[in-house]
Write a protein that binds this ligand. Sequence first.
Ligand SMILES: NC(=O)C1=CN([C@@H]2O[C@H](COP(=O)(O)OP(=O)(O)OC[C@H]3O[C@@H](n4cnc5c(N)ncnc54)[C@H](O)[C@@H]3O)[C@@H](O)[C@H]2O)C=CC1
Ligand SMILES: O=C(O)[C@H]1O[C@H](OP(=O)(O)OP(=O)(O)OC[C@H]2O[C@@H](n3ccc(=O)[nH]c3=O)[C@H](O)[C@@H]2O)[C@H](O)[C@@H](O)[C@@H]1O
Length: 433
Amino acid sequence: MRISVTGCGYLGAVHASAMAQLGHDVVGIDVDAAKIDRLAAGEPPFFEPGLPDLLTESTASGRLRFTTDAAAAANATVHFVAVGTPQTADGNAADLRYVDAAIDGLLPHIGPGHTVVGKSTVPVGTAARLAERVKATGARLAWNPEFLREGFAVDDTVEPDRLVYGVEAGDDSSVAVLDEVYEHALGLGTPRIVTDFATAELVKVSANAFLATKISFINAMAEIAEATGADVTQLADAIGHDARIGRRFLNAGVGFGGGCLPKDIRAFTARADELGRGDAVAFLKEVDAINLRRRKRVVDLATAELGGSVVGRKVAVLGVTFKPNSDDVRDSPALDVAVSLKGLGANVVATDPKGIENARSRHPQLDYVDDVNEALRGADLVILVTEWAEYRQLDPAAARTLVAMPTIIDGRNTLDRDAWVGAGWRYRGMGRD
Ligand SMILES: NC(=O)C1=CN([C@@H]2O[C@H](COP(=O)(O)OP(=O)(O)OC[C@H]3O[C@@H](n4cnc5c(N)ncnc54)[C@H](O)[C@@H]3O)[C@@H](O)[C@H]2O)C=CC1
Ligand SMILES: O=C(O)[C@H]1O[C@H](OP(=O)(O)OP(=O)(O)OC[C@H]2O[C@@H](n3ccc(=O)[nH]c3=O)[C@H](O)[C@@H]2O)[C@H](O)[C@@H](O)[C@@H]1O
């Protein structure tokens, strides 16, 4: 099929490349000329495992190209919209200006036989509003939310858990178009849910709300564990054996961040308020509050470990990205902790395998080093906040020889506590001693 993808960020660049690899003819469109230049040169503008090969293969095949010219969409008949929907600067709601601009850009180039497919995460009601504008051209609109995880984006796109199509009643033609787009995944037996716009939009935000709630639930248990001497990791293992609960997404620590979970639960709350149903999801405010308290917990632990003041002390912060295997620092708990400690007067030295460039552009006041050993050298305190394999595999005995004071806060409960204690370290976990 001939496909355009408007918005070539973490979602759109992967979607465009994967669709081309699956045999479709794809053009990626973005307003960011620097990003488009890099993509066109086969160079991903961000770190995502598997994307470099996918991009090289797809561009070499001649089935994938990138442009800043929205008119390029005229050659396609299926038009994905994958632009950002960030939190507004002055509130919790989703900022829809990029979605509206993307639709504005497409309208002159679409008509009968074309299908516009929303992928961005939007407040319920958005698709119905946009459908009127799209239908005025003779084209149709479908909403097809995306569930990929950064770090696994390529696999999640090629082999998704499920496909959700939001369409207007009786719009069999959009369903047929999407079935053709996703022929590969459907051939693997991927479940496909065909529903209305509102349900499709809500499936997306409720999935993220559920994941955020699961993480904050275990972090709430961590708070209680901290007050009682219980061990939240053992607790998670024990409750996780119950298949109704499940062990996944029960890792207590510094909490969730990234470009989606935090802003999506806030946008959901804002939209529910607009609908007069704020009470129904009021618990998400608590989910958010629990999550933010975990960042403060790490800062408070650091202060306590340094005897009540961090001023002038060297703190090595391992990790700046919101999770491993990504260079994304949007709403990163790790970076938040580093910035808070710097604000309190600590001499923070942060390191990360992939995120330093993005972190530096947001927070140039921090000191960054590429080499983890350099970060550790002379440190009065070490804080692991992003569980990159490099940090999980650190040799505690070798690390011990580098630091000034052997104290480590394991903000992700990811290290072998006994090994670190055995090598002479003072170990502080999250919700466990
Ligand atoms: N990052 C992720 O893992 C996932 C993201 N989503 C959702 O997908 C959407 C996009 O997210 P990301 O890719 O992370 O954001 P992003 O910020 O990485 O990418 C958005 C891209 O859209 C471009 N853009 C903005 N306005 C445009 C316009 N008028 N025309 C063309 N391009 C335009 C920007 O320059 C940017 O490259 C959001 O709604 C997000 O919630 C959904 C699932 C996964
Ligand atoms: O809408 C989105 O953009 C995406 O948001 C999340 O994906 P992602 O943000 O890539 O990352 P996750 O793996 O969900 O992790 C989110 C945050 O939760 C944290 N987390 C995760 C699991 C856990 O047990 N504990 C925990 O603190 C991670 O460290 C990270 O900061 C969802 O998992 C995707 O399904 C969704 O498509």
